[in-house]
Design a protein around this ligand. Structure first.
Ligand SMILES: Cc1cc2nc3c(=O)[nH]c(=O)nc-3n(C[C@H](O)[C@H](O)[C@H](O)COP(=O)(O)OP(=O)(O)OC[C@H]3O[C@@H](n4cnc5c(N)ncnc54)[C@H](O)[C@@H]3O)c2cc1C
Length: 415
């Protein structure tokens, strides 16, 4: 629809405009972001080709000249004789034909309303509120303890780990939260969320905003210690941070209620003050921002089609992923599946062992009640077989290399 109608973040009329950083994340071999890019390259991704030709120095990361990258993609699309570009706001999902909805985190209001109507109001979200995730292996089990409040688990599981604070530790932690450097707001609406000024968003306030409301507010909110007996003291701690095993993310824990608006390095510094997390490795940092996305687990099948209307596909950030490359990835998969559908074939899902397959598996199988958009990380991929895990027990690099080897092998038939 650009440039006739713009969004709060885009500035040009180009396709593939990267609205913020120019980084497509790590390109260091055998990392999860590399694996996803490697698979995309194997499948002939236009965006990956454009990234290669517009690459600028960025250490281990694949960084691009944003303007030239977008121009390159625009040129490729506009010069393709079988594509007709129509620059117009689409107000509803067309009633006929094959449709790929890829309107991104800032989907225009009219279309968002139509999607909400067609998917049910529970099916579409307008804000992201993501809490950090830590690698389970890096949690200090000598300090944290497993327990549910008053010995009863609210959801029937005993997956909570509790990080116990003394009064002094809590005081220092609150001070650090209050002085941590905030993330840069990309758009005006994000600034309002940051200040807790989006009224219906009260339940997902940034943790540092809760701290600003009073020194004890956290202790009576997400850091409430009541009913949590610390086996080492036999008493309730002064405050706790609860860690919940991440649904469908093997070996990782979510810091419950710790959505926040702090810079990533600040999150690392401040959250490592939590007892038991001094050496924690963060697989994902907290974020809060304006974001339109659907509840994938309820609505989509593994080829990114609406379960209720198979001719409609969702791709990009609106399908429930987070990040440039993840958006590119679901775009490529939806495109390929749509071609198969157009030919009257059954669209084929990509193997679960691949990064692409795991990303889609997450957005279509995670717990719909707590759905949060996913970015690629190793914990989304299936764990290795017991024997291989044991073989590489003390060598994380080797384990990751093995996960990548398995993924590349599993992608071959799909290629
Ligand atoms: C402010 C902001 C900053 C971000 N920064 C980063 C970052 O630094 N790194 C990162 O990895 N990810 C970032 N993201 C997340 C996300 O990865 C990017 O937004 C990514 O561009 C999403 O790709 P997409 O193709 O799904 O959507 P987009 O790139 O937004 O493309 C969707 C297109 O659809 C158009 N459109 C919307 N509604 C309609 C309509 N009704 N009719 C017709 N066209 C329509 C839009 O104009 C847009 O051109 C950011 C998101 C936002 C909002």
């Amino acid at each position: 629809m650009r440039p006739k109608v713009s969004t709060p973040a885009h500035k040009t009329a180009d396709f593939g405009e990267l609205v913020c950083s120019n980084s497509l994340k790590s390109d260091a071999e055998n990392t999860a972001p590399w694996l996803l890019k490697h698979e995309l390259r194997r499948l002939g991704s236009l965006a990956m080709r454009a990234a290669e030709t517009t690459r600028v120095p960025g250490g281990h990361a694949l960084t691009v000249d944003r303007d030239v990258f977008a121009q390159e993609i625009t040129r490729a699309i506009e010069s393709e004789p079988r594509i007709t570009v129509v620059r117009e706001e689409v107000a509803s999902i067309p009633d006929e034909g094959i449709v790929i909805v890829a309107t991104g985190p800032l989907t225009s209001g009219a279309l968002a309303e139509d999607i909400a109507r067609k998917t049910g109001s529970d099916g579409l979200y307008f804000y992201d509120s993501i809490s950090p995730i830590v690698d389970a292996d890096t949690i200090d089990r000598e300090i944290v303890f497993a327990a549910s409040r008053y010995g009863k688990s609210l959801d029937g599981s005993d997956d909570y780990l509790n990080c116990p604070f003394t009064r002094e530790e809590y005081g220092a932690f609150v001070d650090a939260l209050l002085t941590a450097e905030p993330a840069d707001a990309h758009i005006e609406e994000d600034r309002a969320i940051h200040k807790g000024k989006v009224p219906f968003f009260e339940a997902c306030l940034p943790v540092e905003e809760i701290a600003r409301r009073g020194r004890d507010t956290l202790r009576f909110g997400p850091m409430k210690p009541v009913g949590l007996d610390d086996p080492r003291t036999g008493r309730w701690p002064y405050a706790v941070v609860q860690l919940r095993q991440e649904d469908l993310r093997a070996g990782s824990y979510n810091l419950v209620g710790f959505q926040n608006y702090m810079k990533f390095p600040e999150q690392k510094r401040v959250f490592r003050m939590i007892p038991g997390l001094a050496n924690a490795e963060f697989l994902r940092y907290g974020q809060i921002h304006r974001n339109t996305y659907i509840n994938g687990p309820t609505l989509l099948n593994e080829t990114l089609q609406l379960k209720s209307d198979r001719r409609v596909f969702f791709a990009g950030q609106i399908s429930g992923v987070e990040g440039y490359v993840e958006s590119i990835a679901t775009g490529l998969l939806a495109g390929r599946a749509a071609v198969q559908f157009a030919r009257g074939e059954q669209p084929r899902a990509v193997a679960r062992e691949t990064a692409l397959g795991s990303l889609v598996h997450y957005i279509t199988h995670a717990d719909p009640k707590r759905y949060q958009p996913a970015n690629i990380a190793f914990d989304l991929l299936p764990t290795l077989e017991e024997q291989t895990r044991r073989q590489f027990k003390h060598d994380k690099k080797a384990r990751h290399a093995e996960v990548c080897r398995r993924a590349i092998e599993a992608l071959a038939p799909y290629v």
